[in-house]
Design a protein around this ligand. Structure first.
Ligand code: NAD
Ligand code: UD1
Length: 337
């Protein structure tokens, strides 16, 4: 079985390439490297000892994508390609709508033309907006607070409509919580462009001495220690969730939204302390006011994933912190030499 991974050179894509290759799937990657590098593909090959085709193509490019479908017998698609920075999406919304929506439409039209009907989509817990009903399950009403989130929301709807119009089509809408960590080899990991916004990359920068101190955004939330609580999930668990989703898509028709989270919420302080303990490395921090737009607590109900996909996250916070730091130490500047 051959799976096309759009955005397969990115953070989650590379880890999913490894998981799928190790399970014996054939894969093809389509990426324009706007936020990644072909080096990441070489690293996937190094980890797995397996070869596969990769196309340097913009998923919005219709002739370019038709070539990918023409030249390969594709059975299923995982659509990772997209822009994902929330702040940037508020500054340049049209670029986000154009890239994320256009790439999805191009891909779906190619799939229709070539008779490919299994689709797994990278959605996000951001579609739950500011909901406070924890744990979040898939029946929770959706709604977003920024253009990035709205692209995910709209693509979910496009996929539901596509499935409604074609009884043979299946789409699994995977709503990721907070992926962190890296492959245990330290050969692939998260390599954000510019100054990172998310907690783990900022902890790594602080521990590595690139930032003097981590800013903890708010210690007055209604949480056990006052800091924000999130459902951090090891990227390798997330990757394995995609393999389970592919199997589900092949065996079931229709569109299904499924959370990929652990069901556990960890605070910013818990994260800092676990990181320091596991890696014997200090993470100095300062307390700052709340970051605008942040919610106190967000964690998944992982029940539907377990029931439908037979998948459950296995790796704990200590492993996430250890593997993230291993990647950082082996690649102080990410994939750049
Ligand atoms: P990433 O930026 O590392 O990977 C995305 C990849 O898509 C990159 O390799 C980029 O070059 C490629 N890409 C973007 N636009 C493209 C286009 N038009 N044509 C071809 N390639 C294109 O991000 P990631 O963290 O691996 O995220 C993967 C997906 O998961 C994204 O859709 C993201 O929105 C979603 N997601 C990520 C998170 C997270 O915290 N990382 C959380 C929820 C959802
Ligand atoms: C962010 C995105 C969200 C995306 C998610 C996973 C925003 C507003 N939201 O959410 O859309 O789905 O990442 O990629 O960007 N924190 C600090 N100091 C820091 C950084 C973060 O204290 O330097 C705190 C935050 O206040 C929060 C927690 O750490 O409580 C996690 O933050 P972050 O990693 O940015 O993830 P989310 O807020 O969940």
């Amino acid at each position: 079985m051959t799976i096309l991974l759009t955005g397969g050179a990115g953070y989650i894509g590379t880890h999913t390439c490894v998981a799928l290759l190790e399970l014996g799937y054939d894969i093809i990657v389509a990426d324009n490297y706007i936020n990644s590098t072909p080096l990441a593909i070489d690293r996937v090959k190094e980890i797995t000892g397996k070869n596969f085709k990769s196309y340097d193509v913009d998923v919005c490019d219709i002739p370019g994508m038709e070539r990918v479908f023409e030249e390969n017998k594709i059975d299923a698609v995982i659509h990772f390609a997209g822009l994902k920075a929330v702040g940037e999406s508020c500054a340049i919304p049209l670029r986000y709508y154009r890239n994320n929506l256009d790439s999805t439409l191009t891909l779906l039209e190619c799939m229709q033309k070539y008779g490919v009907r299994n689709f797994v989509f990278s959605s996000s817990a951001t579609v739950y907006g500011t909901s406070q009903n924890m744990p979040l399950d898939e029946k929770e009403p959706t709604g977003c607070t920024n253009p990035y989130g709205w692209t995910k929301y709209m693509i979910e709807q496009i996929l539901r409509d596509t499935a409604a119009a074609d009884p043979e089509f299946s789409a699994v809408l995977l709503r990721y919580f907070n992926p962190i960590g890296a492959h245990e080899s330290g050969l692939i990991g998260e390599d954000p462009n510019g100054i990172p916004n998310n907690l783990m990359p900022r902890i790594l920068n602080t521990a590595a001495g690139k930032m003097k101190a981590l800013t903890v955004f708010g210690n007055d939330y209604p949480t056990p220690d006052g800091t924000g609580v999130r459902d951090y999930i090891h990227v390798c668990d997330l990757a394995e969730g995609h393999a389970a989703a592919i199997k589900y898509a092949v065996e079931h028709k229709g569109a299904e939204a499924i959370n990929l989270g652990t069901g556990n919420g960890y605070s910013v302080f818990e994260m800092i302390h676990t990181f320091e303990e596991v890696n014997h490395t200090p993470v100095p921090y300062t307390l700052e006011p709340r970051r605008p737009g942040d919610i106190a607590t967000c964690y998944a109900s992982p029940e539907k994933a377990e029931k439908c996909l037979g998948w459950k996250a296995k790796r704990g916070l200590a492993e996430m912190c250890r593997d993230a730091w291993n990647w950082q130490q082996k690649n102080p500047n990410g994939y750049k030499a």
